[in-house]
Design a protein around this ligand. Structure first.
Ligand SMILES: NC(=O)c1ccc[n+]([C@@H]2O[C@H](COP(=O)([O-])OP(=O)(O)OC[C@H]3O[C@@H](n4cnc5c(N)ncnc54)[C@H](O)[C@@H]3O)[C@@H](O)[C@H]2O)c1
Length: 324
């Protein structure tokens, strides 16, 4: 195991951030979770509050930070379309000013910093699967641009701080990830389908359901992020992290119906603007450099996620925006 570190996780109360904090606390590190709770709730990290190596700070990453740490995982950013499109200017600020603030802190205290980037930097890709060398097909003025271009600008900042200031950084491009603690009202396809099925509602498919996505279970993703942070300093990324297994949205819907046993059917709605038709990671680089690949099959991961959705009280979750 790596030496014990003081680690800051921004967005640490979110879906992925809370699992990352949990893992780092379990590994004995001194963990600071920072979040403004825009798309998350304290219950995600409540079970960690009694741990002597865990601290929780309410703070917005668009404002400067002043902490002494050895490592930073920068996850703070609304990630689901209904969340990031609610206040697109704030989304862009969170990506860009958040990156400047964590990079400034990393520079000052010589911390290693990992950026949670996204497959959205590839936009609506023209090549499949997408390798890291693909430069993307993003509409800079569309409704998804606040997120896609914000994350692209953050990537630029990470590489410029690395080249110009010698900041020790890592960059991972995360593809669709799902699992327990996804916000039930985040509007993402997995949470939508499960919530609808458990509530006995028909599952809403946007378009004809032939568009494809690849789904990575959260434990696989967290393992990859930690391997990347602890990997050699000459491998900064970007590196794709995701599950290359490709499914149509219709196949996903049918699997959710089968696993929940719900007596529901599928209803279709028009496809939103700039929705990618196909998305699948090329993970050759992660396989080679991180010795990593996903281990959890969709059926197994969905089963665990459905069990978690059954265990929660939906009335305790506040939809963060009206856009879900
Ligand atoms: N889950 C995925 O499929 C996926 C895919 C690609 C990239 N990512 C990236 O991973 C990170 C985590 O995503 P997630 O799925 O856990 O989403 P999430 O919405 O559950 O987590 C994001 C967290 O950041 C916090 N946050 C948002 N704006 C903030 C701000 N200005 N200051 C402080 N905290 C702020 C939110 O309250 C939330 O707790 C994000 O950066 C996202 O872009 C996730």
């Amino acid at each position: 195991m790596s030496r014990l570190q003081r680690i800051l996780v921004t967005g640490g109360a979110g879906f992925l951030g809370s699992h990352l904090c949990e893992r780092l606390v379990k590994d004995g590190h001194d963990v600071i979770c920072l979040d403004n709770f825009f798309t998350s709730q304290k219950s995600n990290v409540q079970h960690l509050l009694d741990c002597s190596n865990f601290e929780l700070i309410r703070h917005d990453v668009t404002h400067p930070l002043w902490l002494e740490v050895d490592e930073i995982y920068n996850l703070a950013c609304p990630a689901a379309p209904g969340h990031y499109q609610y206040n697109p200017i704030k989304t862009m600020k969170t990506s860009v000013m958040g990156a400047i603030n964590v990079l400034g802190m990393a520079k000052r205290c010589h911390a290693k910093v990992l950026q949670a980037s996204t497959s959205e930097v590839y936009g609506d890709p023209e090549i499949h699967p997408q390798p890291e060398s693909y430069r993307g097909n993003v509409n800079p003025i569309g409704p998804r641009a606040c997120y896609d271009e914000g994350k692209r600008a953050a990537e630029t900042l990470f590489f410029d701080y690395h080249r110009s200031n010698g900041v020790n950084m890592r960059l991972v491009r995360i593809f669709n990830t799902y699992g327990p603690r996804m916000h039930p009202y985040d509007g993402r396809v997995v949470s939508n389908f499960i919530r609808q099925a458990l509530e006995g509602q028909d599952l809403t498919i946007f378009g004809d359901g032939s568009q494809t996505r690849a789904f990575c279970y959260r434990d696989d993703l967290i393992e990859a992020m930690i391997r990347m942070m602890n990997g050699p300093d000459d491998f900064v990324g970007p590196v794709n992290i995701g599950n290359p297994g490709e499914f149509t949205i219709k196949q996903l819907a049918e699997l959710v119906i089968e696993l929940t046993g719900a007596d529901v059917t599928l209803v279709t709605r028009p496809l939103p603007a700039d929705d990618p038709t196909q998305r699948r990671p090329d993970i050759s680089l992660a396989r080679e450099r991180l010795r990593w690949e996903p281990t959890v099959a969709l059926r197994e991961g969905l089963g665990k996620t459905i069990e978690w959705f059954k265990s929660i009280d939906l009335s305790t979750f506040r939809p963060p925006t009206p856009n879900f």
